[in-house]
Design a protein around this ligand. Structure first.
Ligand SMILES: O=C(O)CCC(=O)C(=O)O
Ligand SMILES: [Fe+2]
Length: 204
């Protein structure tokens, strides 16, 4: 993993984003897909909103995904494998890039076919503790024609990334605008943010 973390650190420092294939192995992805939560799909998840706490709004015209937050103390083992890897990555990035990242928050995500998330930035106006956005995709056999790309808006143009199983995308939450394009298939992922604050402080 160290070499993966190393290239993520280099790319983050140089470009503000990084893409790492096989961040989760095929077996680790399959173990997550086998979880009851993902098997039941969108039905067991909540409609995702925009904004935070009291300002939270549901707006289908902006985002159409369904989510369920992972609670680390009760998360099933296959999810904990991923959370622990993120935790290791945080320690690595802190040392390599002299950051003081402290924690993370992650939800399981389902985009039903045809749904999307319009162009946005992940940092909230009233809360700038989200420093890095990290998304790990869980879609086996995903092809270009399925759509569902993550489109990043970069200084030199756009870059589209397919949500293929095991791939991690990580980018600066304060800088990189992005969107999720509609797909012809259900699109599954673990979506999270690395924070410069402990996550239990976030609900105070
Ligand atoms: O799933 C993705 O590729 C990006 C999701 C996203 O932008 C978000 O949840 O804020
Ligand atoms: Fe986002």
């Amino acid at each position: 993993m160290i070499t993966v973390f190393d290239s993520i650190a280099d790319d983050l420092a140089e470009h503000g984003y990084a893409i790492a294939d096989q961040f989760l192995s095929q077996q680790e992805v399959n173990n997550i897909l086998d979880l009851e939560e993902f098997k039941n799909g969108a039905e067991s998840f909540k409609k995702a909103g925009i904004g935070k706490n009291k300002g939270l709004q549901i707006n289908e015209a902006i985002r159409g995904d369904y989510i369920q937050w992972l609670d680390r103390s009760s998360a099933p083992r296959p999810a904990v494998v991923y959370l622990e890897r993120l935790s290791d990555m945080i320690h690595f990035l802190n040392q390599a890039l002299f950051l003081s990242l402290k924690d993370y928050e992650v939800h399981m995500t389902v985009y039903p076919p045809g749904s999307f998330y319009k162009r946005h930035l992940d940092q909230f106006k009233q809360d700038d503790h989200r420093k890095l956005s990290v998304i790990c995709y869980l879609n086996n056999h995903w092809q270009e024609e399925h759509g569902g790309q993550l489109r990043m808006y970069l200084p030199d143009g756009t870059r589209d990334i397919l949500p293929v199983a095991g791939r991690l995308v990580c980018f600066r939450s304060d800088q990189i605008e992005h969107e999720v394009l509609p797909a012809t298939r259900e699109r599954l992922s673990l979506t999270g943010w690395i924070l410069d604050q402990h996550s239990e402080l976030r609900h105070l």
